[in-house]
Design a protein around this ligand. Structure first.
Ligand code: SF4
Length: 710
């Protein structure tokens, strides 16, 4: 894997940004990364990289932009002092042990990240559930794909994207919903564009309130009103039923529940739905026909469906279209959720979320709890439900959680309703922040800062959107005192065990990442994702593989149309359309949606270090339709005050005809370190989907007015 030529090392690894999971070849010399190029042998990207992947060398620093040492805050003076790692582990262990002893296990919370590797997730999860004794463990993946998880489970029976990237090249119709792939998953978008060159008959439908670069490449763009996707999908199904385009045989043989859904969608005629979802009835009919009549239809979807108070219903109503037409389990078909983060999938597999357990098990299921406990060598897993991300910070604010350990994520920028989130961290008894980048806003709330290694300094595995597990390899050593996340957890866990449960110390005695992976893989045995036959050695021999994996990987699920439900039949559910939580009013007349830019990643702690990337868009602006700018007397590039029910922000306005009138767009990347106030997510609200717990980051209502200096 690693070759040495004149001291230049080549290390095969995976890009650390999006869920595409592109394989990379890192060229390094000493502790310097010289270049990063696409790995032609990696099946997910075949050598392709996007602008973010190519600019990775410019983001690797060993200077003050990194958290290099542990620091402890004096609560009286607010001053930090540098401490060595042994003292840092002792402090963390003492705080956790004392809190668990005095306030109980539910007073502790762990908030993790889709940036972590599966091995990091696995050890954090074990520490939370069996050592501390709480299910209060969740991750920023909650903000990204938890509605996709619940959508899959409620229809197909398991959290398993059924398709592969190669299905992009085999589809005749591709429906892209709530995804600006051209920016968020650029290599997949390039694969799609190349596929269309080879298959000129391919039709692409894009559902997005904005006429994004992705939408501009579509044969049909459905500019849905933000939040109204369920009405649109139901209307498409209504057309399919009315025009007899559904696959009656498939529905009868492989599914349950269609009659109730058929009754529910009766009222969603294209004409009626047009008034709700803002898409012309004729376009709804056209989309339904293209979807149903094509030989192979693939759907690709992400945050636009997931980040919603009805995210699960949106996912389900799209999956219904596949089940009703039999576009699943065959090449070029399937409902395929694209994950945002590089290892959101691995976090799901490791069960490091309040609503999951390892191996796609459920914490509410006593048999599953017992299975995990036994495989971990522990007595039990607690049965008290844990708090998902937004609720975890609510619990912190209300003092039901006293101490929180945050790793590899920046909630002081990324969670909605920032005023509340920041108050929560300020009011905590103790905040531990394990972080690599010194710019992260969350560090300002830390009592203890733990320096973490990051890409390309870590060893382990990640799983990408197509269920492909790849090895992540270290090309250089971590700077300063920074350590791999799992090593930090191990050190603290062993110390906590000594104080509150000495018999559990041995549960954390791993020699390396391969051992953690082996334990984790064993937890998947007999489950839908089974990759218990995998090990670091096997990955070394075979390269990246897709789960489930026995002797070989599995590119496509449900090819026998037996689903992961108890009776093997997929489920329709008569889900209704529910409008977003906030509605426009005289005071808040515009709908604000947030999203990604091509060259930035999340809160820009990494991409903000690259001169190449920052040049794409240097500052945040609010995009408004010219008709709204005229209505509110706002000039192009003029400063504008944006008000939501929670916060105000001042940003330059930019006229943007790709928006629907009445809608506004702000990129999600800029936080409080770039502007007065709480950043973009000061505006958004923390209402969540009742099934997935995912917050409605894609919709809130705002008012705008020309900025008046006080
Ligand atoms: Fe990295 Fe995603 Fe770009 Fe691939 S598409 S290079 S994984 S950011």
């Amino acid at each position: 894997v690693q070759m040495t030529t004149d001291e230049i090392r080549v290390t095969l690894s995976v890009c650390c940004y999006c869920g595409t999971g592109c394989g990379v070849r890192i060229q390094s010399k000493g502790e310097q990364v010289l270049s990063v190029e696409g790995d032609r042998a990696h099946p997910s990207n075949a050598g392709l990289l996007c602008s973010k992947g190519m600019a990775l060398p410019g983001t690797i620093r060993r200077d003050t932009t990194r958290v290099l040492h542990a620091r402890l805050r004096d609560r009286q003076t607010g001053q930090y002092r540098q401490i060595d790692m042994a003292e840092a582990f002792d402090v963390a262990a003492k705080v956790i042990s004392t809190t668990v002893r005095e306030a109980g296990p539910q007073s502790m919370g762990f908030y993790l990240s889709g940036q972590l590797l599966t091995e990091d997730y696995a050890i954090f999860n074990k520490m939370a559930r069996v050592l501390v004794g709480t299910n209060n463990i969740d991750t920023n993946s909650r903000l990204c794909m938890s509605s996709a998880v619940s959508g899959y489970k409620m229809t197909l029976g398991a959290d398993a994207p059924p398709a592969s990237y190669e299905d992009i090249e085999l589809a005749d119709t591709v429906l892209i919903a709530g995804s600006n792939m051209a920016y968020a998953h650029p290599v997949l978008f390039r694969r799609l564009m190349q596929a269309r060159q080879l298959r000129p008959h391919m039709k692409i439908i894009v559902i997005d309130p904005r006429n994004t670069d992705t939408a501009q490449a579509a044969d049909l763009h459905l500019a849905v009103t933000p939040g109204a996707d369920v009405a649109l999908f139901h209307a498409m199904l209504n057309v399919m039923v009315w025009e007899n385009l559904i696959d009656h045989d498939y529905i009868a043989r492989y599914t349950d529940g269609f009659p109730a859904l058929k009754d529910r969608i009766r009222e969603f005629t294209p004409a009626a739905a047009e008034g709700v979802c803002g898409v012309a009835a004729a376009d709804i009919v056209k989309a339904a026909r293209w979807f149903a009549q094509s030989a192979a239809t693939l759907s690709l979807y992400t945050m636009g469906l997931n980040q919603s108070s009805s995210g699960t219903a949106k996912n389900m109503s799209l999956i219904h279209l596949h089940l009703a037409t039999g576009h699943i389990g065959r090449p070029g078909t399937g409902p395929f959720s694209l994950t945002g983060q590089p290892n959101a999938m691995g976090g799901r597999e490791a069960g490091a979320m309040a609503t999951l357990l390892p191996g796609h098990r459920d914490p509410v299921n006593p048999v599953h709890r017992q299975e995990v406990a036994a495989l971990w060598g522990a007595d039990s897993i607690p049965d008290t439900p844990g708090h998902p991300a937004v609720a975890m910070f609510d619990a912190l604010l209300e003092k039901r959680i006293r101490v929180i350990w945050i790793a590899a994520t920046n909630p002081a920028q990324s969670l909605p309703d920032q005023t509340r989130v920041r108050k929560a961290m300020q009011s905590a008894d103790f905040v531990i922040v394990q972080e690599a980048f010194a710019d992260a806003e969350t560090l300002a709330y830390a009592d203890l800062i733990l320096p973490a290694a990051t890409w390309p300094e870590k060893e382990g595995t990640v799983t990408n959107s197509e269920r492909r597990i790849s090895r992540v390899r270290a090309a250089i050593a971590a700077p300063g005192d920074a350590l791999a996340d799992w090593k930090i957890v191990q050190q603290v866990a062993q110390r906590v065990a000594r104080q509150i449960a000495p018999e559990k110390e041995a549960l954390f005695s791993y020699a390396d990442e391969a051992q953690i992976f082996a334990e984790h893989a064993a937890l998947t045995a007999g489950r839908d994702l089974d990759y218990s036959a995998l090990s670091f050695d096997v990955l070394e021999q075979l390269g990246p593989v897709q789960w489930p994996f026995t002797q070989s990987g599995t590119p496509r699920l449900y090819t026998n149309h037996v689903f992961a439900t108890p009776n093997g039949r997929a489920r329709f559910a008569a889900v209704g359309y529910v409008a977003p939580v906030e509605n426009i009013s005289a005071h808040f007349p515009l709908r604000l949606t947030t999203g990604r830019l091509r060259d930035h990643w999340h809160t820009m702690t990494r991409t903000g270090l690259s001169q190449t990337l920052i040049g794409h868009v240097e500052e945040p602006v609010v995009h408004l339709h010219p008709s709204d700018m005229a209505r509110y007397r706002i000039g192009d590039q003029a400063l504008v005050t944006i008000r939501s029910r929670r916060a105000r922000l001042v940003l330059p306005a930019q006229a943007d005809e790709t928006l629907k009138p009445g809608c506004a767009f702000v990129p999600m990347h800029w936080g409080s370190r770039f502007m007065a106030g709480d950043g973009i997510n000061g505006l958004t609200h923390g209402a969540t989907d009742p099934d997935s717990g995912q917050p409605e980051l894609k919709h809130c209502v705002i008012g705008v007015q020309a900025y008046q200096p006080v």
